[in-house]
Design a protein around this ligand. Structure first.
Ligand SMILES: [Fe+2]
Length: 163
């Protein structure tokens, strides 16, 4: 019986440019996005002050977007035959977002969310690099789409701090 040919395609290598490397980056983006989602919803519930209504509504739009995005990203992890995160502990440990121990005021909430979205952007950019190195156009496209959304969210959050 002939020995099966060893698959030497990029997608099966380990390390940079491999499918598992892409999945690892995606996994981190899911974890970061999930913590950012929970934080944004917590701020939606607890924000007070003169900008209450606009921030309450804006945070709602943002956590709804993150909720849908997390599902897409996590399912892409599964499509790459990797395990998606399944515990909050894992999301906090693996993700780039830190929880607050004290409830911030409205301005601090906006600043904290800006920091959070910037951290997710860093995760997404390294994920895109990894996907491109692995010739994984589907993941690169998915992450590029998310990069655009986070860019818009950052613009909105920063605009509320001006004037
Ligand atoms: Fe609500």
């Amino acid at each position: 019986m002939p020995t099966p040919l060893k698959d030497t395609t990029k997608s099966d290598k380990t390390g940079t440019g491999s499918k598992s490397d892409v999945a690892e980056h995606l996994h981190k983006a899911v974890c970061s996005s999930y913590v950012l989602f929970a934080k944004t919803q917590g701020y939606h519930w607890n924000v007070v002050g003169p900008q209450f209504y606009s921030l309450h509504k804006m945070f709602e739009e943002q956590y709804n977007d993150l909720f849908l995005a997390i599902d897409e990203l996590a399912e892409r992890v599964r499509a790459l035959q990797s395990k998606a995160p399944f515990s909050l502990q894992e999301m906090l440990k693996t993700g780039s977002i830190h929880e607050q121990t004290k409830l911030p005021n409205a301005e601090e909430m906006v600043k904290d969310l800006i920091t959070g979205h910037e951290a997710v952007v860093v995760d997404l950019k390294s994920g895109i690099e990894s996907a491109e190195a692995a010739d994984d156009a589907a993941t690169a496209d998915l992450l590029t789409g998310r990069l655009e959304v986070h860019g818009k969210t950052l613009w909105m959050l920063r605009a509320t701090l001006q004037g």
